[in-house]
Design a protein around this ligand. Structure first.
Ligand SMILES: Cc1cc2nc3c(=O)[nH]c(=O)nc-3n(C[C@H](O)[C@H](O)[C@H](O)COP(=O)(O)O)c2cc1C
Length: 175
């Protein structure tokens, strides 16, 4: 698939039909996420995937109601990163932005992840609000890992709307 087509079809999906998300596809998607650049190739992103009924129900219950309504019939990918590694200078000091760099690296990985999912025919929704305590307990996520968004993944039930973007001159300055 052409890159520009991929960018166009990747939209936040808030209605899913019952459909299998295969373990093989999840592995291919996360392998693609691993190809993203990261600070000193530190690769601090981590993924916890809910494919079984029990795991899906647990993640579902860790979401606020409006995100539950948007993601019925979807599977979930919980994303996190190991802090204190990305963002360190060659002397070992943490840059003043600190662990934001770990979040930056994870965001790059997650962008690759979403695009690969789209290429394989899946639809996705990033969700920022979630009960991290419940997710940490269920997946046994180490205490130091910072849990970032949960991403719903499945097959769309309805076409997602194209959300508008700001005018380029609002976000871009070239001199
Ligand atoms: C960090 C982050 C958190 C988000 N959280 C939610 C969320 O909790 N619920 C939701 O419906 N959409 C959520 N979104 C999706 C955005 O609303 C969506 O990406 C944006 O409106 C642009 O639409 P598009 O993804 O279809 O291009 C989130 C997106 C990001 C990047």
């Amino acid at each position: 698939m052409e890159f520009s087509e991929l960018i166009k079809i990747r939209r936040s999906c808030r209605s899913y039909k019952e459909a299998e998300v295969s373990e093989e596809d999840i592995k291919e998607i996360i392998r693609t996420a691993q190809q993203a650049p990261s600070w000193k190739n530190s690769q601090t992103g981590r993924y916890y995937v809910a494919l079984s009924d029990e795991a899906i129900e647990t993640v579902f219950n860790a979401l606020p109601g409006y995100n539950q309504n948007s993601t019925r019939n979807a599977a979930y990918i919980v994303t996190s990163f190991v802090p204190g590694i990305s963002g360190r200078s060659s002397q070992g000091d943490m840059e003043k932005e600190g662990d934001i760099w770990g979040g930056y690296d994870l965001g790059l990985q997650n962008a690759y992840m979403l695009l690969k999912a789209s290429e394989l025919g899946y639809d996705t929704l990033i969700m920022g609000l979630r009960d991290t305590d419940a997710l940490r307990k269920y997946f046994d996520i180490p205490e130091n890992e910072i849990i970032m968004p949960v991403v719903a993944i499945g097959k769309k039930n309805a076409e997602a709307n194209m959300r508008p973007r700001k005018e380029l001159d609002e976000i871009l300055k070239i001199r």
